[in-house]
Structure formats: structure tokens, C-alpha cells
Design a protein around this ligand. Structure first.
Ligand SMILES: Cc1ncc(COP(=O)(O)O)c(C=O)c1O
Length: 399
């Protein structure tokens, strides 16, 4: 595709979403990506095997746990979207996070995580890394706090940006300035931003991770994850993936490739929906506080404007209501489904206190900043007037 371009201007995100990384012509001259269902790949003769082992011939595949051709095609597209040398696809976002971190740490490592982040990532640090006596600190998601936590043996800084569920933004330029001279690797979970809105590698971040289950897949019908960055770093993670085995199957890879075709269109609509719904909620008398980086009232709004081109469609807000009244408001909504996850075409809504943090007591939840009246609204691509009308009528149900 790029060889046909008359100018050096990088292709836009919609062109990259549709054509990025795709070969021409494809097998059987098909227009769409072939789904290759094979758990193993054959060598015509023993000499072909020996030539492959000796590196005299390059071929794509050997055995399904090391990858499949459909997966490779999606990886090429994701690398184009992130502006990365290499991308690697996994069976879930958590598989991408855990395999990446396990590939990077040593026995005497110290890691820094941020405290507002997907709960399972924190649980991985607390339960798995701790078991191998790998030290870590959990700090506020801001560059100064991260920098204060750096120790002589700090090896990796891992943070989301925006974070889940409060949508805090970490200043990537500042972060890299602190980490790079000390040889510390930076890993950003950019799931809430997507490469449409933020490309951390352009700021010098070492690795970017996504739960592709969310905006990248976009249709709430698959689980996948990816990591992207320099060839050397991603290759080492790929070697560990081949041992641990969290590879996406061919059909899942195809669904992701298909979902990505409309990625830019969906993001444009979801960015707009997110902004308009956040502005509506912020003005509403029954809403105590709205968290959305596109609002000037958000504490990280200036950083967000510097490093992002849109702010996504997750809006968190606190309702002036008790836990039960808040549930009644959610139950009165007609458009969103009550479900975890985000980034798909259907709007989803949840009270984090009753979803990801259900088993904790009220005191334990409040200690980690999860208030009873907090709602996380993951907006889809429905019409903004319908979404706002639905919120308006449901808020009227609150006394
Ligand atoms: C920011 C973030 N990172 C990672 C994950 C994990 O992704 P997956 O569910 O695909 O394993 C999630 C899931 O909600 C998430 O919100």
C-alpha cells in the first residue's frame, strides 16, 4: 500500500485500519484475510526442515503455539496503527500484560505500578510477582510520584494512561525523561486511549499494551491483547509466549482484523459521544462529579490535550445518591447493558462497587478510592441524543 503513495505523508488512521499491514494479493486472490485453521505447519522434505532450522529459508509458521498466519496479519496491522517495529497478539489483555512483565523481570527487580489501574493487573503484582519476591511499589498515577518511587534496582515502570476507572493521565514525556537515562523500561497500558487517540511510542515509551477486547475489537465479541514496540523487546516476549502458550486462535484473530476495519470510524463517534455525555453529566444537578479527560475541570486535562487527540468514550461519574439509589438509576436506563468491559459498539454501564470490587467491604473500597455512588459508563456508538435522553430520564428516577 505505502509503495503506491506519491508523498511521504504517513497514511491516516482510517487507511491504516483498513489496509495497514495487509499483503497484496492475498491467498486465492481473496479480498478478505484468510482464516488459516491449522495447528501445525508442514515441511515437504527433511532438507526443508534443516534449511529452516539453519535459518537458510524464512517461512512464517512452524507450530500453532508460536503463532498462525491470521494472527501475523493482525499483528502487522496493529504495528502500523501504533507506529511500532513489531506487535504481538495474545489471547487476552491480561495475557499480554503478564507475559510482558514476566519476560522483563529478574529475581532482584523492583517495579513501579500505579494505584488507579485494572484490578487484575494489581492482583498479578500482589499475588504472582510477590511469590517470586519481586519488589514493587504502587503509587499515584502521576509522573512526579512515579519518579519519587524509583530505586537503584527499578527495572520497569508500568502504568495505564488513561487509568481505570478515574481516567487519570500520566505525562508520558516527563515519565520517559525520568526513566530512560536510568535504563528503566516504561510500559503503558493504553487500552483506554487506543492508537487513534494516543501513541505512547512517539513519546519514547518502550512498550505499549492493549486489551484488544475493548476498542480495537470493538464489537464485544472477542478476547485479545497485544504488545507493541521495538523488535528486540517484543521478540523476547514472543519467545516467552511460545513457552507459556497464550496465543489467539485464527478465528479470534480474524474477528479482530474485521473489527479493526472500522476502528477509526468507531473512535471518531465514540470520542464525540464521550465528550457530549461528559458535558451533559457535568452540568446535571444530580451528578456530584464527572471524570473525563476532555473536560477542562479534569485535573489532567492539560496533559491530555498535549498527548492525546481524543479522549475516548469511558466516562466515570459520582451520582448524588446512595448505593441503592444509584442502582435504581442504572436499572432505569434503557440503552446500556449492565456489564463489565468497554470500547464496543454497545454501551455498557456498571457500578464498580458492585462489579469488580464486590467482595470488599465499604471501608475497604473507600480506602482504595472506589466510592459507592461511582458509575463507569462505557459508551458505544449509539446516537448521542438517545444516550443523553436516556440518562436524563433515568436521573429523574433519583429522589
Ligand atoms: C485497562 C485494562 N487493561 C487490561 C485489561 C484486561 O484485558 P482482558 O480482559 O482482555 O484480559 C482490562 C480489562 O478490562 C482493562 O480495562
Amino acid at each position: 500500500m505505502s509503495s503506491r503513495q506519491p508523498s511521504k505523508r504517513p497514511e491516516g488512521m482510517s487507511t491504516r485500519s483498513v489496509h495497514g499491514g495487509e499483503t497484496r494479493p492475498k491467498a486465492h486472490f481473496a479480498l478478505t484475510l484468510p482464516v488459516v485453521h491449522s495447528s501445525t505447519y508442514t515441511f515437504p522434505k527433511t532438507q526443508d526442515l534443516i534449511d529452516y532450522m539453519e535459518g537458510r529459508v524464512q517461512r512464517g509458521e512452524e507450530y500453532g503455539r508460536y503463532g498462525n498466519p491470521t494472527q501475523r496479519a493482525v499483528e502487522a496491522k496493529l504495528a502500523k496503527l501504533e507506529g511500532a517495529e513489531m506487535a504481538l497478539l495474545f489471547s487476552s489483555g491480561m495475557a499480554a500484560i503478564t507475559t510482558t512483565l514476566l519476560a522483563m523481570v529478574r529475581r532482584d527487580s523492583h517495579l513501579i505500578f500505579t494505584n488507579d489501574c485494572y484490578r487484575k493487573t494489581r492482583q498479578f503484582a500482589a499475588s504472582v510477582l510477590q511469590k517470586f519476591e519481586i519488589q514493587y511499589d504502587l503509587v499515584e498515577p502521576e509522573a512526579e510520584a512515579i519518579s519519587r518511587a524509583i530505586r537503584p534496582n527499578t527495572q520497569v515502570i508500568f502504568t495505564e494512561s488513561p487509568t481505570n476507572p478515574y481516567l487519570n493521565i500520566v505525562d508520558l514525556e516527563k515519565l520517559v525523561k525520568e526513566a530512560r537515562p536510568r535504563g528503566i523500561k516504561t510500559v503503558i497500558d493504553s487500552t483506554f486511549a487506543t492508537p487513534y487517540n494516543q501513541r505512547p511510542l512517539e513519546f519514547g515509551v518502550d512498550l505499549v499494551i492493549h486489551s484488544a477486547t475493548k476498542y480495537l475489537g470493538g464489537h464485544n465479541d472477542l478476547l485479545a491483547g497485544c504488545v507493541a514496540g521495538r523488535h528486540g523487546l517484543v521478540s523476547a516476549i514472543k519467545d516467552l509466549q511460545g513457552i507459556l502458550g497464550p496465543v489467539p486462535g485464527p478465528l479470534c484473530s480474524y474477528l479482530l482484523a474485521r473489527g479493526l476495519k472500522t476502528f477509526a470510524l468507531r473512535m471518531e463517534k465514540q470520542n464525540r459521544n464521550g465528550q457530549l455525555v461528559a458535558e451533559f453529566l457535568e452540568r446535571h444537578p444530580k451528578i456530584f462529579r464527572t471524570y473525563y479527560p476532555g473536560l477542562p475541570s479534569h485535573p489532567d486535562h492539560d496533559i491530555a490535550c498535549r498527548q492525546m487527540s481524543g479522549f475516548g468514550s469511558v466516562v466515570s461519574f459520582e451520582v448524588r445518591a446512595s448505593l441503592e439509589e444509584c442502582s435504581r438509576f442504572i436499572d432505569a436506563l434503557k440503552i446500556p447493558y449492565i456489564a463489565p468491559s468497554l470500547g464496543g459498539v454497545e454501551s455498557l454501564i456498571e457500578q464498580p462497587a458492585l462489579m469488580s470490587f464486590y467482595e470488599l467491604s465499604r471501608e475497604q473500597r473507600e480506602a482504595i478510592g472506589i466510592r459507592e455512588n461511582l458509575v463507569r459508563f462505557a459508551i458505544g456508538i449509539e446516537d448521542e441524543e438517545d444516550l443523553i435522553g436516556d440518562l436524563r430520564q433515568a436521573l429523574e428516577q433519583i429522589p
